[in-house]
Design a protein around this ligand. Structure first.
Ligand code: ZN
Ligand code: ZN
Length: 499
């Protein structure tokens, strides 16, 4: 059912709908000052060459005049969507600003995060307070950035920062009375909102990962299910759902939620996380409730059409699924799950009509009576308590039908040779123990009580996982921490604006 091509297409579909773009990590970004003496890092080419050299010229002039170092960085995306963390990390790594003075600033554009941030060193917090950074980013930079004019937006920000620095904090951008009160709280609010956005960017991936996993799991589950039963199942919503091709299924149950996530990501409404969680949870809950209703209707329809065997099988195969649903959606799916048992008992003993003469009034035979109608294997299964066979006899035409009810807690499994539920596990031994470097192998011995055939089946034992080692933590020590910048540090001052 599920070919490798389908799986691949599926993964691609998910990846594209996530608009997954390679994000830059702090240690991946080359220091432009060390490489070509520039103040501007533009690794993804978001800014034009002309804008880069113009900005660099302005910043070089500033440094020559005042010693203040300002770096401009424009990247497509920052790792984990954490703009604040990226800015702080870069500041620490490069050491922007003179040592002791800590008079550095970083203007960072993270396009995919739709955020521009001015990050200031300790020494600039007086001249370039957070409230001013906020105004520069939101009022002077955002309009152009939002419109896709990155050169213009970044240049406007750089010029405003320069003017502010040159005026010693009292020039171009006088703070109005209202903004002073904002200044004290700005640091905390900007950081709080940064944290909300950071949490969201992580959660977005968690959501998407869960959806991907659920879909792949669902596909595997479907592909291993018994497809021949589908023909037994009637029309209706449930039958329709089960006959739905996999890509339609994926479009509805993965595509729609992903689209919803994407929409939230664009709109960024307040209460983003709870909206996403509630929306997705609600969507699947609604789908589960509709399916539960459909299942009950389908069962009633099957009973009416005298598909007693198929009905019993359907109830049996649906158990695992609804157990999972009851676990994920305790309210109200647990009720449905526990009433399924009652429903199964109801349908098992419900008076029924004959399949042959269509007369009502069939009689369910007692354990003693039914032996005469059961085959040898069926009688054996009865005595092993692995399967319960019901025999219904029609008093009108004398024909009978039997229905099998496999017992859930039986120690017998189905024999691959004679298909009887009479295979017993005799032994299980480890041939080769698993180590941390290789997987192991084991053998299980079975014997069938019906056909007496013995079988040995080998199985793999998973490799023992080492506790997280330091193998992958070789930090890139190539570019030294004592960079060409001055060695200044930042306490996380500054402000971001997002669009
Ligand atoms: Zn009959
Ligand atoms: Zn057998």
């Amino acid at each position: 059912m599920l070919s490798a091509r389908h799986l691949l297409l599926h993964c691609l579909f998910l990846l594209f709908s996530l608009s997954a773009l390679a994000a830059t990590r702090v240690d991946e970004l080359a220091d432009p000052r060390a490489q070509q003496g520039s103040h501007v890092a533009n690794p993804d080419g978001l800014l034009s060459g002309a804008a880069v050299s113009q900005i660099d010229g302005l910043l070089k002039q500033l440094e020559a005049e005042t010693g203040t170092q300002v770096a401009v960085v424009a990247v497509q995306s920052v790792a984990d969507g954490d703009v604040f963390g990226f800015a702080q990390g870069l500041f620490e790594r490069w050491g922007i600003g003179r040592k002791g003075h800590d008079d550095g600033a970083l203007i960072l554009l993270a396009l995919e995060q739709r955020t521009v941030r001015i990050h200031t060193g300790y020494g600039l917090e007086g001249v370039l307070p957070d409230a001013v950074c906020k105004r520069i980013t939101s009022e002077l930079m955002l309009p152009a950035l939002r419109a896709g004019r990155y050169d213009e937006g970044m240049l406007a920000g750089v010029q405003a920062v320069l003017q502010q620095l040159r005026s010693g904090g009292s020039g171009m951008l006088p703070l109005q009375a209202g903004n002073f009160s904002e200044a004290s709280g700005a640091r905390t609010t900007s950081r709080a909102s940064a944290q909300v956005l950071d949490a969201w960017s992580v959660l977005r991936w968690v959501f998407a990962g869960c959806l991907l996993f659920a879909t792949l799991f669902w596909q595997m589950f479907r592909s291993t299910g018994k497809r021949e039963e589908t023909s037994e199942r009637g029309g209706g919503f449930l039958g329709c759902m089960q006959r739905l091709p996999w890509h339609l299924h994926a479009a509805v149950f993965t595509g729609l939620p992903l689209l919803f996530l994407l929409l939230l990501d664009i709109l960024r409404p307040p209460g983003l996380f709870w909206l996403a969680l509630g929306g997705i949870y609600g969507f699947y809950l609604l789908a589960a409730v509709l399916r539960a209703i459909a299942l009950r209707q389908e069962l009633a329809r099957m009973f009416q059409r005298r598909r007693y065997v198929a009905l019993a099988e359907l109830l049996e195969t649906q158990r695992v699924f609804w157990g999972g649903m009851a676990f994920i959606f305790p309210v109200p799916m647990a009720v449905h799950f526990f009433t399924l048992d009652r429903l199964a008992r109801h349908y098992r003993w419900a008076p029924r009509a004959c399949l042959h003469c269509k007369q009502p009034g069939m009689r369910c035979l007692s354990e003693e009576e039914e032996d005469a109608f059961l085959g040898k294997t069926q009688q054996l299964e009865e005595s092993l308590h692995s399967v319960d066979h019901d025999v219904w006899l029609c008093p009108a035409c004398g024909k009978y039908s039997s229905i099998a009810y496999p017992q859930r807690n039986s120690k017998y499994s189905r024999c691959p040779d004679c298909k009887a539920m009479a295979r017993l596990l005799l032994g299980d031994e480890v041939v080769e123990a698993a180590t941390t470097s290789s997987s192991g192998r084991g053998t299980r011995f079975y014997q069938c009580k019906a056909c007496n055939k013995r079988r040995r089946e080998s199985y793999a034992i998973a490799r023992i996982q080492e506790s997280s080692s330091s193998s992958s933590s070789s930090s890139s020590s190539s570019s030294s921490s004592s960079s060409s910048w001055g060695g200044g540090s930042s306490g996380g001052g500054g402000s971001s604006s997002s669009w």
